[in-house]
Unconditional design. Structure first.
Length: 108
């Protein structure tokens, strides 16, 4: 698969993406039942590209760090349907590469 060129890259340093990359659908990854019941906490860091319509570009999601495989699987499932508001700079639609996006799994 040939991936499109990226217009903008944002390294979120393990935090949340900037406000201009705003998620508009599909709340977040599901906490795996077995890990929740066992009160296992953890995190996953991923990199991915968002196209000009706000969808994650298939084949661009990559887990860069994980504390548990079940958490990574949940994040990858979430990214398949996640949607962001399209990004435009100076009126031109942008393909955005997001790196080091951290998803936390915490019991309360």
């Amino acid at each position: 698969m040939v991936l499109p060129a990226v217009d903008t890259t944002v390294d979120v340093g393990g935090g949340k993406p900037p406000t201009w990359l705003r998620q508009v659908a599909n709340g977040g990854p599901r906490y795996p039942v077995e890990q929740r019941n066992a009160r296992v906490q953890g995190e996953v860091r991923v990199s991915y590209a968002v196209d000009t319509t706000g969808k994650i570009i298939r084949g661009t999601a990559e887990v860069v760090a994980e504390s548990h495989r079940a958490f990574s699987q949940s994040v990858c499932e979430f990214l398949r349907t996640a949607r962001y508001a399209p990004v435009a700079l100076d009126g031109k639609p942008q393909i955005v590469r997001v790196t080091n996006h951290r998803f936390l799994f915490e019991t309360r």
